[in-house]
Design a protein around this ligand. Structure first.
Ligand SMILES: [Zn+2]
Length: 389
């Protein structure tokens, strides 16, 4: 015991050496620190998306599915399936004029649009969002076998009786000769794409593919304004797709090696080594409008090409207003026809006018249901619009 007396001497905080105080503060680290800047972890209860957002960015609505609001999560308690920061980013390159033109085109051509669906609203609410994608590198060693096909031409002659004499016509036909092949393959593949999100395929169908040439190392600045969707498929989960992609790439190379035109029945026994998984962020813009039922409708724009995908809902309120206006006009014409018919008792010449007005009233009355029908059809077909840039 250093204090021979054995009496504990209380030490107040202010007496602690400065270095120890600093150490106590830095203990509160979290896994989001690896992303390079302060970020909010938030999740969506509808799409189950988990996001890292710039701290000042609004949590309403969900930037991915349009749910009313995201819920803040605790980085100390909640640990998403994959939390590592990305290695690469594909920057936003779609220009503002292109995005604005796409939105304007989306909003136009819609006379039954909900009041909230205006170009200014959609442009004002544009938000950048990064989606994850895996790039897989692997060394492949495999034994393969397949049928390879070669085109060849068959020349035959056809005899035809024309204008009283026989004529010979040459006919060329392309056929495919199939031959079995087997071999070994030893090769390294880089940047094989694999989905880091369950919805990767639907997204690509909606917005088209991404050009990966412009990718560059991730920098914390990338998330100054943009949110990042965390992967919901970790590498182990995405491996079957990556392996399938590697197989397709290998199959194509075997076809080339055999100098063949086609390849089929490709089978291989492959061994994959030195796997390296890289997380790449893909740029996406989302914006939204509210329909008549105050439901948020999300509109997506490809961050490179500006291609747009969204639901163009029709406003039932507007359709009803139009229907009432047209119906009201029909009623006025009908009343007029009645007045003319009454007048027709006194002055026979008015009767044809009364009949004409009645027909008019009927015709206009029937058209009153049109706006309702159109709006109903647009909403029933969900009004999905895809605009290539
Ligand atoms: Zn969501």
């Amino acid at each position: 015991m250093s204090h021979g007396s054995g009496i504990a001497i209380p030490i107040s905080d202010s007496q602690l050496p400065i270095s120890e105080t600093v150490m106590l503060d830095t203990i509160t680290t979290t896994w989001t620190d690896a992303w390079g800047q302060a970020l909010t972890l938030a999740g969506c209860c509808r799409c189950n998306g988990v996001f890292l957002l710039p701290t000042e960015r609004s949590l309403t609505p969900c930037p991915y599915c349009g749910q009313d609001s995201l819920e803040v999560m605790d980085t100390a308690v909640d640990r998403p399936v994959y939390t590592q920061p990305p290695e690469l980013t594909l920057p936003f390159t779609a220009s503002q004029p292109v995005l604005h033109a796409q939105i304007t085109q989306f909003v136009q051509k819609n006379w039954l649009a909900p009041a909230d669906l205006t170009p200014a609203n959609l442009i004002g609410r544009l938000q950048p969002l990064y989606l994850p994608l895996w790039l897989v590198d692997a060394a492949v060693q495999a034994q393969w076998q397949a049928d390879v096909g070669y085109n060849y031409q068959v020349v035959s002659h056809r005899e035809q009786f024309q204008n009283g004499q026989w004529r010979t016509q040459e006919v060329r036909e392309t056929r495919v000769r199939w031959e079995p092949r087997l071999g070994t393959l030893r090769r390294r593949y880089d940047n094989q794409m694999a989905p880091a999100l369950e919805e990767q395929q639907q997204l690509e169908q909606m917005l088209g593919a991404y050009q990966l040439q412009g990718k560059r190392p991730y920098h914390p600045h990338d998330l100054r304004q943009a949110a990042a969707h965390l992967p919901n498929r970790p590498p182990a989960d995405a491996w079957p797709e990556a392996r399938e992609g590697l197989k397709t790439a290998a199959m194509e190379e075997c076809r080339q090696a055999a100098a063949a035109d086609y390849i089929r029945e490709f089978r291989w026994a492959a061994d994959f080594r030195d796997q390296n998984w890289t997380q790449l962020l893909l740029p996406l813009y989302t914006t939204f409008y509210q329909d008549d039922d105050n439901q948020v409708r999300l509109v997506y724009l490809h961050g490179q090409t500006g291609r747009l995908h969204g639901q163009r809902r029709a406003s039932m309120q507007k359709a009803r207003r139009w229907a009432m206006m047209i119906g009201g006009t029909a009623v006025v014409i009908f009343v007029l026809s009645l007045l003319l018919a009454v007048g027709g008792y006194l002055q026979k010449a008015l009767l044809p006018w009364a009949a004409a007005a009645l027909v008019m009233a009927l015709l206009v009355g029937v058209t009153a249901v049109l706006p309702l029908l159109i709006a109903w059809r647009v909403n029933r077909e969900s009004g999905v619009v895809s605009l290539a840039s």
